[in-house]
Design a protein around this ligand. Structure first.
Ligand code: FMN
Length: 364
């Protein structure tokens, strides 16, 4: 049903400005009467961060920035949804146009800059669905003009920990000037100390909420050494690898649009993001699980992320080109891989190729 609807709607959506198409998709999901999807094969279940995921496929942050449609996305078959990025105060983000489709490359460039309805509106929606079940995390970020970025994260943790399945600290968006500086060792250590402390305070009344750290795929390996060392020392519950890239692979075909400022995602990001995932996995040494994100547009790309070190995966850009049918396609491919290897859990494949991935020439 949704597949047919999508096939009819996609050419129309692609004729629109990407941001208008996105707003319309959110509106459609808000009112579409979606049936609950059939239960997942038990072999796809993943336990991570103390949570039970019915399947490992998540909707990445940025699609449902204001938590308007998390339950619709769960009904469509996602194993979890990451709402946000939400900022403490509402803000408009950068001037439009600020999202560009690179059709020939199956990529997207965005420089949205944390357009957010703000914490109050998002909190109200998450609180209203808090007992609905399903894993809905929230991705948090600082306001562009804030005087104290760290205080923004602390405030958001305190507000959202009671209503979210997990909280992701986003310090890797390329579209808020200076934000990525929080990945530098001293700043990151200070941020995580205060964030984890805030989480501990809230835990006393709201129960434990896992805290994840989302990093950029553009870190140098020396920077990654520091980030992983600090994340381990400060005992974060997991990491997401990663956000969009400010680099532009040499083989992009849409050379005009490739010059737009912003973060690149989708298929052209896959090699770099998977390499950084493998590099992170070998440094984390199973201290906590990883979510692999960036360029997943097929069952084999999803399996590649798991084999490079991801316990869970997230996707966004490929939905623009492939539609929601991709979620079911990935599930079938993962089941087929389990059957090929006579396994009954994906956990046995996590990181199986990390050593090989990190030995390859650096992706260009
Ligand atoms: C239009 C757009 C908006 C995004 N907004 C956010 C965001 O608000 N917060 C965030 O952490 N990541 C954001 N992302 C990054 C995605 O969550 C994801 O990390 C990245 O796109 C790589 O995955 P993909 O190649 O499957 O899209 C955004 C991506 C896109 C394409």
């Amino acid at each position: 049903m949704i597949g047919l609807f999508e096939r009819l709607a996609q050419p129309f959506l692609h004729a629109l400005d990407p941001e208008d198409a996105h707003s319309l998709t959110i509106k459609m999901l808000t009112c579409a009467p979606l049936p609950r999807s059939a239960g997942d094969d038990k072999r796809l279940a993943v336990r991570a961060f103390g949570l039970n995921f019915p399947n490992p496929i998540g909707m990445a942050a940025g699609f449902d920035k204001n938590a308007e449609v998390p339950d619709a996305l769960l009904r469509l078959g996602f194993g979890f949804v990451e709402a946000g990025t939400v900022t403490p105060l509402p803000q408009r983000g950068n001037p439009r146009p600020r999202v560009f489709r690179l059709n020939a490359d199956r990529g997207v460039i965005n420089r949205l800059g944390f357009n957010s309805q703000g914490a109050e509106a998002v909190l109200r929606r998450l609180a209203a669905r808090a007992n609905a079940g399903g894993i809905v995390g929230i991705n948090i970020g600082a306001n562009k003009d804030t005087a104290d970025r760290v205080a923004d994260y602390v405030r958001l943790i305190e507000r959202f920990a009671p209503v979210a399945s997990y909280v992701t600290i986003n310090i890797s968006s390329p579209n808020t000037p200076g934000l990525r500086d929080l990945q530098q060792a001293k700043a990151l250590d200070d941020l995580l100390a205060r964030v984890i402390d805030a989480r501990e305070r809230v835990t006393r009344r709201a129960g434990p909420t896992p805290v994840l750290l989302k990093i950029a795929p553009d870190l140098s390996l020396a920077e990654l050494d520091d980030v992983v060392g600090i994340a381990r020392a400060r005992r974060v519950d997991g990491m997401i690898v990663g956000n969009t890239t400010v680099t532009r692979p040499a083989n992009l075909r849409e050379t005009g649009k490739a010059k737009e400022a912003g973060g690149l995602s989708g298929r052209p990001l896959l090699p770099l993001a998977t390499r950084m995932l493998g590099e992170t996995y070998v440094r984390v040494e199973s201290a906590f699980p990883l979510i692999g994100t960036g360029g997943i547009d097929s069952g084999s790309a999803a399996l590649g992320k798991i084999r490079a070190g991801a316990s869970l995966i997230q996707l966004y850009s490929a939905l623009v080109f492939r539609g929601l049918g991709l979620v079911a396609e990935i599930k079938s491919a993962l089941i087929a891989a389990l059957e090929r290897h006579s396994l009954d859990s994906l956990s046995e494949l996590v990181g199986a190729d990390a050593a090989a991935v990190t030995a390859e020439p650096w992706p260009g």
